[in-house]
Design a protein around this ligand. Structure first.
Ligand SMILES: NC(=O)c1ccc[n+]([C@@H]2O[C@H](COP(=O)([O-])OP(=O)(O)OC[C@H]3O[C@@H](n4cnc5c(N)ncnc54)[C@H](O)[C@@H]3O)[C@@H](O)[C@H]2O)c1
Length: 460
């Protein structure tokens, strides 16, 4: 093969040989939660990889083997190794990476605009515009960012073509391979969760599939086109959002009926076709509360997908139900409302992760503040940090001390070993425990002489 030959000029076998010779240059755009581990994993399989981020601090840290986050086991060590082998480096200059790359993997953010509930594709579009200006002929662009079905075809490819002066399918390839890994287990998920790959033509799909199989040693599910791959990613999360909404409403119904939702779920799951989901204070993170809107953004969703819309409404109203449980418990113990201190245990959107993106606990704390309660917060991932202008506590004891109400916001492992007898001595009299995660034994709490409320688990 000639030195300047682009990879799309190769046949399948030649491409596989080139990968095995570790002779494919990779560029990863966006070095955040997804992009950095992706770049590190690729470099770990000895393919020369250059990561790009507009944030200079991230690039500087990455180049000295340091991370901004502390909840991805093994990532820092893996980063240091690939820096030492010389297979990975980071830059802020897209040109330095893309103009020489055979494959460009795009891991740019696609956040939700809170007010309009529309996805903001501007980071992705601006990034693709810069990629296009430096794109080498016969290279392959892989979009890993989560986007609604149709966005790659209707918005991304036109930008890539316009600013490169090249034609997709003829001069360069495009593939959607949406990332499905979860925060805190990204590196292990890479080697466990199959990749869904859909490209604009067979060669794009094949080459991307070979790359993922080589790097991650996982199954690849090939689908017909980009929009199908993007729909898979979005729909699998909408499925969870809808099911969580269903069980959230069932949990509220259980509280009204005097049924324990955990007992109910345990019974239901003995039937082979019941898939258990669990109630909570709402859903958070970069995917579940965002992906339904990426489906609803499509003009084709007009007048349909009502179940998706209703599920979003139910889940986003769960913080209000938590407040109702607090008010109800305060009424039971007959406390005066003008001097109440509420401790919040955990603010992350899910357990054992230091991630507060779209966490439903934010809305709970906001509402409690508006009600003039004094709020204290403890989360092992956010010690002595600011959260909604509240300085978080150093340890559980400081949090619990003199609290009237304690709310389990996130079920981090260390909160599941709490001794409620000891805890009662630290709290003010007539202490109240609110469990938003269905993880606390109401019997233990009540035996300790505390008042208990839970989402679907309040029954005595
Ligand atoms: N975080 C997750 O758990 C997760 C899981 C699956 C999929 N995803 C999807 O992956 C994509 C990336 O998400 P993330 O969580 O890694 O985002 P992130 O915010 O952690 O990282 C994105 C990075 O891109 C950089 N960036 C922004 N514009 C840029 C540009 N023009 N050029 C170069 N760098 C730029 C930012 O500085 C940031 O470091 C999103 O579409 C998200 O929905 C995320």
């Amino acid at each position: 093969m000639e030195e300047n030959q682009g990879i799309l000029e190769l046949d399948n076998e030649e491409f596989i040989n080139k990968i095995q010779e570790k002779n494919i240059k990779i560029s990863v755009i966006g070095l955040g939660r997804i992009g950095l581990p992706t770049a590190v994993a690729i470099a770990r399989s000895d393919l020369p990889t250059i990561g790009v981020d507009i944030n200079q601090k991230i690039v500087e840290l990455a180049n000295i083997g340091k991370l901004r986050i502390n909840d991805e086991p093994g990532l820092e060590e893996a980063l240091q190794k690939v820096i030492n082998t010389g297979k990975f480096s980071a830059t802020t200059q897209i040109k330095d990476s893309v103009s020489d790359a055979d494959i460009i993997i795009v891991c740019l953010p696609t956040p939700l605009e809170n007010d309009s509930k529309k996805t903001n594709y501007q980071f992705l579009i601006k990034g693709c515009c810069k990629i296009a200006k430096n794109l080498k002929k016969n290279s392959l662009v892989i979009i890993e960012s989560t986007v609604g079905p149709g966005i790659v075809e209707n918005e991304i490819i036109p930008v890539l073509e316009k600013y490169s002066d090249l034609i997709s399918g003829k001069d360069f390839g495009v593939v959607s391979c949406p990332e499905r890994a979860n925060p805190s287990t990204i590196l292990t998920d890479f080697n466990k969760i199959p990749r869904v790959v859909g490209g604009i033509n067979e060669k794009s799909t094949n080459f991307a599939s070979h790359l993922y199989q080589f790097v991650f040693k996982i199954d690849v599910v090939r689908v017909k086109n980009c929009k199908t791959a993007n729909a898979v990613k979005v729909v699998e999360n909408v499925f969870r959002d809808v099911n969580v909404a269903f069980i959230n409403e069932i949990a509220i119904f259980c509280d009204r009926m005097g049924i324990d939702v955990n007992e109910l779920i345990a019974g239901c799951k003995t039937k082979y076709n019941f898939i258990p989901h669990f109630p909570g204070p709402g859903v958070g993170g970069p995917c579940l509360p965002v992906n339904p809107y990426q489906l609803l953004d499509a003009p084709e969703s007009e007048n349909i997908l009502q179940v998706v819309r209703t599920a979003r409404k139910i889940n986003s109203e769960m913080p209000k139900y938590v407040i109702k449980l607090v008010e109800d418990a305060l009424k039971e113990v007959n406390k005066k409302l003008d001097n109440i201190t509420i401790g919040v245990l955990g603010i992350s959107y899910k357990p054992n992760v230091g991630d507060i993106q779209l966490t439903p606990i934010k809305e709970i704390v906001q509402k409690l503040k508006q009600m003039n309660f004094k709020i204290k917060i403890f989360d092992p991932f956010f010690i002595k940090k600011e959260f909604l202008s509240i300085q978080t506590e150093e340890n559980i004891e400081n949090l619990v001390n003199n609290c009237d109400v304690l709310i389990l916001g996130t079920d981090h492992d260390e909160f599941l070993k709490i001794d409620f007898q000891k805890l009662k001595k630290l709290m003010k009299s007539s202490g109240i425990i609110i469990d938003t995660r269905g993880k606390i034994s109401s019997i233990e709490v009540r035996n300790a002489g505390l008042v208990f409320r839970g989402i679907g688990t309040t029954v005595k």
